[in-house]
Design a protein around this ligand. Structure first.
Ligand code: HPA
Length: 279
């Protein structure tokens, strides 16, 4: 079977065929799980869990113990496809690999995608453990995932005016009220990582209009828009961004993971309400 296109870009149609053999139903909703949102995948009934290694083109992240799984099933009355584990640019993946899962979700027939992540809070007063509904993004990752070969039937110049769908943003805020989690809203700024930012960078990003900073999501949102998917984004603010909590307060991955673990139950409730409201 042909799984690669000219230029080395994997073919999402081949991936979708492999997935449909194991799960024939069409997922209307796609969800990408970032740090803090992991337990979401475990909440689905009758789920089929497919390791990325069994889907041609889905790259496996390098984080030990997190091989990446595509979990498909019904949840809160909806058929949902969950990408549990992402391929980050900082791991060395190229843009087509970083965003391949989004193309697969579109090929499976998804109409909406919820992108979740962990992020550092830039806005004064925001605390670790808050959530942020993404209203817009600033892509400073140093590249664009639409560069290069144009997939058949897709647009070259993709409009990003309302990249984060206003209707889905309203749903995110309503879901937060029902789930009883604190939801901020704001602009997500994407950096390549993997080093955290300097305090000077964070001050610069604040001036640019960013409310949170992270190392993912923006390229996925761009590709999702090219595929015609409606996009929602939620950040879990796992830490105050560099320099904002005082000159001696460092940003550590351990803190990011620790806060992500603490909010996991709220994140699960939040996403459950979000899916329920899709009906
Ligand atoms: N910066 C970038 N990415 C992040 C952060 C941060 O402070 N926290 C979680 N992901």
């Amino acid at each position: 079977m042909r799984t690669r296109r000219a230029g080395g870009i994997p073919d999402p149609r081949a991936a979708a065929r492999a997935i449909r053999r194991l799960f024939p139903a069409r997922p209307r909703i796609g969800i990408v799980l970032g740090s803090g949102f992991g337990p979401v995948a475990g909440a689905m009934a009758d789920a089929v869990s497919i390791p990325y290694s069994r889907v041609p083109g889905l790259a496996t992240g390098s984080v030990p113990g997190h091989p990446g799984r595509l979990v498909l099933g019904s949840w809160e009355g909806q058929t949902v496809a969950v990408l549990a584990g992402r391929s980050h640019y900082y791991e060395g993946f190229e843009w087509p690999q970083v965003t391949f899962g989004i193309r697969v979700l579109a090929e499976l027939g998804a109409e909406e995608v919820l992108l979740t992540n962990a992020a550092g809070g830039i806005r004064r007063g925001w605390k670790a453990g808050d959530f942020m509904a993404i209203t817009d993004h600033i892509n400073l990752m140093g590249g664009n995932p639409l560069r290069g070969a144009l997939p058949e039937g897709r647009e070259r110049f993709v409009d990003m005016t309302r990249a984060y769908d206003p209707g889905l943003l309203a749903r995110t805020k309503a879901a937060a009220r029902l789930a009883k989690v604190r939801m901020r809203e704001g602009v997500y700024l994407a950096v390549p990582g993997p080093s955290f930012e300097t305090p000077a960078e964070i001050r610069a990003f604040a001036t640019l209009g960013a409310d949170a900073v992270g190392m993912s999501t923006a390229p996925e949102a761009i590709v999702a828009r090219q595929c015609g998917l409606r996009v929602a984004g939620i950040s879990c603010i796992t830490n105050v961004a560099a320099g904002l909590a005082g000159p001696h307060q460092e940003v550590t991955h351990a803190e990011v993971l620790d806060v992500a673990r603490q909010v996991a139950e709220g994140a699960r409730r939040l996403v459950a309400e979000w899916v329920k409201m899709a009906g």
